[in-house]
Design a protein around this ligand. Sequence first.
Ligand code: NAP
Ligand code: G4F
Length: 320
Amino acid sequence: MAPTAFITGITGQDGSYLAELLVERGYDVHGMVRRSSVERFDRIEHLRERLTLHQGDLLDQRSLVDALRASRPAEIYNLAAMSFVAVSWVQPTLTAEFSGVGVTRLLEAMREVCPEAAFYQASSSEMFGKVREVPQTELTPFYPRSPYGVAKAYGHFITVNYRESYELRATSGILFNHESPRRGLEFVTRKIAWHAAAIKLGLIDKLPLGNLEAERDWGYARDYVEAMWLMLQQDVPEDYVIATGVAHSVRDCVEVAFDQAGISIDDHVVADPTLVRPAEVDHLIGDATKARERLGWEPKTDFEALIRLMVDADLKRLSR
Ligand code: NAP
Ligand code: G4F
């Protein structure tokens, strides 16, 4: 019989790629979706017939228990979160509810319904914040710099705590930034790719940006969901850093994107101080040695190829 997987955040960037991977591997894939007055399932539209969707919300315990009862999963992937760092200063307590306490709600639902399942928590390199060592590993202490980072640190530690308290097969994947043509338009790589394409096509003229010097370890989301799946195939649940081991600045991203679109930076990029964050994470770079050695995982797509494929996708989309 096909194994069953349950994904929260299935309508998001990672949820859609993970759902694709699991469907390809023969899983019976269930996902949790939120009710909205307008249905926004664009990222999973192509998979709809092969998915079973349940209404639910990380704020609502009843809905989590009912969704797990209806799906009886062997693997649970908790990808749902308020994932945009900048907005976490605008909605700090809601961010804590979704991205922090929501993890406890789902773990509690799992304990009640399917304690034998394997659980994946979508933890984040944002937890390293003002970094204590370079590069960051599974053992690097956290120093989060945003309400989002603080909420994710809670989500990480409650996952570790439930593993140790109740012997759950719970794993926390500490993933560094990962992007794709399905990335939300508010995140910097997609914003840059979309603007580069729109400027090239004469639709707009300016690209407003905040801190151009911030550095991130950017990988491709399609590569990273494979690591999530690999983590849940291990006999012993442990935590893993997933990263490329190479950092680039926002400025580098603009240079590659504009080169791909064939336009000049000087004429279009403008500084917008309202986009500078109250506290910044200046430099993130991960060491994924443990994932390479234990999971056999390696990133397949480098930064430059990633940004170029994102610009091409937006050029194609906007040309239609
Ligand atoms: P995303 O595109 O923003 O997707 C977030 C998903 O969470 C959406 O499906 C959203 O549903 C759902 N969601 C939000 N609040 C919810 C709630 N209260 N109840 C139920 N569902 C809710 O994020 P992503 O980039 O795919 O990231 C996936 C996960 O990995 C997130 O937890 C993120 O924090 C974490 N992460 C991401 C990265 C990265 O670089 N992408 C790195 C490290 C960790 P709607 O469609 O209804 O809004
Ligand atoms: O693309 P970003 O918004 O991603 P950020 O803040 O690193 O968070 C992402 O990665 C985390 C993993 O470390 C995830 F957990 C999280 O869910 C999310 O996926 O910003 C990247 C950098 C920041 O330093 C920001 O200050 O780009 C800088 N930046 C400069 N101008 C900008 C802009 N960011 C955005 N979003 N928009 C700008 O105009």
